[in-house]
Design a protein around this ligand. Structure first.
Ligand SMILES: Cc1cc2nc3c(=O)[nH]c(=O)nc-3n(C[C@H](O)[C@H](O)[C@H](O)COP(=O)(O)O)c2cc1C
Length: 257
């Protein structure tokens, strides 16, 4: 079973590719969290969790799921993370969480995909994004082969892991990763796309107005997805542009636009 969490679609694309190669099914954790479904999963095949990296760690709701979820059938769990550049020491935190739950950690693999962190970076244009995503395909297929063979993914540690995934992540989560600084301009048309797609159900549309609750995962999906670019974080969307993973057919077709 391939469980995926996504803000802008990269991890869904990766999950679908792995599922196709492994002949397995995908489950959207966004749907599970949004609909407050029980965190109970049963799979005869190993669990594969696919998600983005946020500040050199897994998104908080995914770490919580790994700690609190009930996984039956297979006791093996692989992690595949999509990221702009690096995952720091994210794997060691997961290893510790899983050691407490009795699940067997089968390692973590990182796949470079377009970086959606508009707070710091300019977003790639469509051709740049397609090129990065196409380069990710052989990596995804290699990961699928390793999983299919029953082998472990290589252990995940990299230089600066503790500093980035510990201290810097702590700073990010305490001082940045909340929707408190999100703004909604008068351009909002009340279409509700942000609320419908928020992977943690942190957005509601009340009287046609967007309202944020207080458990934002900081996936930035609402900012990237807003069709009229009404949602922003300190003007960074306006400055750096927007990104959504292009449709699968477009990535898989070799035709350049
Ligand atoms: C809050 C936030 C923090 C991020 N931190 C990192 C990071 O530490 N390292 C990295 O390589 N990419 C980082 N990224 C980039 C995402 O991991 C990357 O774009 C990912 O593929 C997005 O996946 P999604 O489209 O499934 O949401 C960050 C993105 C966000 C929104």
């Amino acid at each position: 079973m391939i469980l995926y969490f996504t803000g802008t679609g990269n991890s869904r694309f990766a999950a679908r590719r792995l599922a196709q190669r492994l002949g397995d099914q995908t489950v959207s954790l966004g749907q599970v969290f949004r609909n407050k479904q029980p965190l109970q999963f049963h799979s005869a095949s190993p669990f594969v969790v696919v998600c983005p990296i946020y500040a050199w760690r897994l998104p908080k709701p995914v770490e919580e799921l790994l700690a609190q979820g009930e996984f039956s059938g297979s006791r093996q769990l692989y992690l595949v993370v999509t990221m702009g550049a690096s995952y720091g020491g994210a794997g060691s935190y997961i290893q510790k969480i899983l050691a407490k739950t009795g699940m067997e950690y089968r390692g973590m693999a990182g796949v470079v995909m377009p970086d959606n962190f508009l707070v710091s970076f300019s977003m790639p244009d469509q051709n740049q994004a397609l090129s990065i995503l196409r380069q990710a395909l052989p990596r995804l297929d290699q990961i699928a082969q390793t999983i299919a063979a029953g082998d472990a993914l290589p252990p995940s540690s990299s230089k600066g892991g503790w500093l980035l995934s510990g201290l810097v992540n702590w700073g990010f989560s305490h001082f940045m990763m909340s929707s408190k600084a999100f703004t909604v301009s008068d351009a909002c048309v009340g279409c509700g796309k942000c609320a419908a797609e928020c992977p943690v159900g942190n957005i509601a549309l009340t009287g046609g107005k967007v309202r944020f609750s207080n458990h934002c995962s900081f996936c930035l999906g609402c900012i990237h997805r807003c069709p009229v670019h009404a949602i922003d974080y300190k003007g960074k969307g306006k400055k750096h542009g927007y990104y959504l993973c292009p449709p699968e057919e477009k990535i898989l077709s070799q035709a350049e636009d």
